[in-house]
Design a protein around this ligand. Structure first.
Ligand SMILES: [Ca+2]
Ligand SMILES: [Ca+2]
Length: 351
């Protein structure tokens, strides 16, 4: 039952929530332990009729930790076997000793370890054993640690196969007790693949687009900006007059107002008003009359708010007859003021 208790103790130690103080520095250690050994040696030859059973005891060990992974130790155990003398028919205790050497391998440098060793056991007579086992260490401070382990022992001289267990307390010398700065893990950089955006859908990616938010209907250039083209825009005016008159009929005011609008819209333009007369009458008189007709139309433009310096008037008299026939209709056609205004507009190219 003692073995069972020790096995439970090992299991408890192994499931301890405490973590092993990792990265132990190399160093010398000393320990003491409680020992249990389950022998079932029947009729020992050195003393016929003697059965040797389990032992409890204590021991000491001295070891050296070479690295995170490897330790070696010397062990001495003072054992106290329970024996039954079948000849005398009585039970008694028999002292024993165990001493030897073990090598320990610490899994991942952590709290669990495997061990193997060779032992000499002196109970009634000497026997040599090879042993192998597993154990667990728990560091209470940088140096102080407890451990629990169990081993299987195989006798080399006789066919004994036994099981033993130990619980110990130890001190590992030479540990640096300075607190170790926790190393903060570098934050993970999350790389998200993003399709290149074309926010205004003009087929020029945002990275190359110098004009964001281009209207959908506009054609764009290679930099994503609206394309423009030059377009000629024109307006014209024809005002006719009664015979020998320079008075502008009110029916033309709307046409004149639309020319004014054009001039206001295209501020870089000027207007040339050409006054004409029919061939009826004196040519010089007609020239003066035609000039007066042009000036009167100009006055209407000025009334509309057009600056005088944008207006030029010329009287061409009967020099450029529109209709050379000598009829009443032809004469009426020739009594006129003409204007043609053109401008270049920059207009958007549509997609
Ligand atoms: Ca774009
Ligand atoms: Ca754009």
């Amino acid at each position: 039952m003692k073995l069972k208790s020790l096995t439970i103790a090992i299991a408890l130690a192994a499931t301890s929530a405490s973590t092993f103080a990792a990265d132990k520095e190399e160093g010398f250690y000393l320990g003491a332990f409680g020992d249990y050994y389950d022998a079932s040696w029947k009729n020992m030859r050195a003393q016929a009729g003697l059965d040797v059973n389990e032992s409890t005891g204590w021991g000491v060990e001295a070891g050296y930790r070479f690295s995170d992974y490897w330790s070696a130790r010397l062990e001495y155990a003072d054992m106290d076997f329970n024996a039954f003398d079948k000849v005398a028919g009585n039970r008694n205790n028999i002292d024993g000793e165990r001493y030897g050497i073990d090598a320990l391998y610490h899994l991942d440098g952590g709290p669990f370890y495997g061990l193997f060793g060779i032992k000499e056991m002196d109970v009634v007579d000497d026997n040599t054993f090879l042993n192998a086992g597993v154990g667990y260490q728990h560091f209470i401070t940088d140096g102080l640690f407890v451990n629990a382990e169990t081993s299987v022992y195989q006798g080399l001289d006789k066919g004994y196969t036994d099981v033993g267990a130990k619980i110990g307390i130890n001190y590992l010398f030479g540990q640096n007790s300075a607190p170790v700065e926790p190393v903060q893990p570098a934050p993970d950089v999350v790389e998200v693949a993003v399709a290149p955006a074309d926010s205004d859908n003009d087929n020029i990616l945002d990275a190359d687009d110098k004009c964001p938010n281009t209207p959908m209907e506009d054609a764009v250039d290679g930099t994503g900006c609206t394309l423009y083209e030059d377009r000629e825009v024109t307006t014209s005016l024809l005002v006719t007059f009664p015979h020998d008159s320079a008075e502008v009929g009110s029916q033309y005011f709307t046409d004149i107002a639309s020319v004014s609008e054009f001039l206001k819209e295209h501020t870089d333009t000027t207007v040339l008003l050409e006054g004409h007369a029919s061939a009826v009458g004196d040519a010089n008189y007609n020239k003066t009359l035609s000039k007066k007709r042009a000036d009167d139309v100009a006055a209407e433009l000025v009334k509309d708010g057009i600056a005088e310096d944008r207006i030029t008037t010329v009287g061409l008299g009967e020099e450029r007859l529109k209709n050379t026939a000598n009829t009443k209709a032809a004469h009426a056609e020739n009594r006129r003021v003409e204007a043609h205004v053109k401008s270049i507009e920059r207009v958007k190219v549509k997609r």
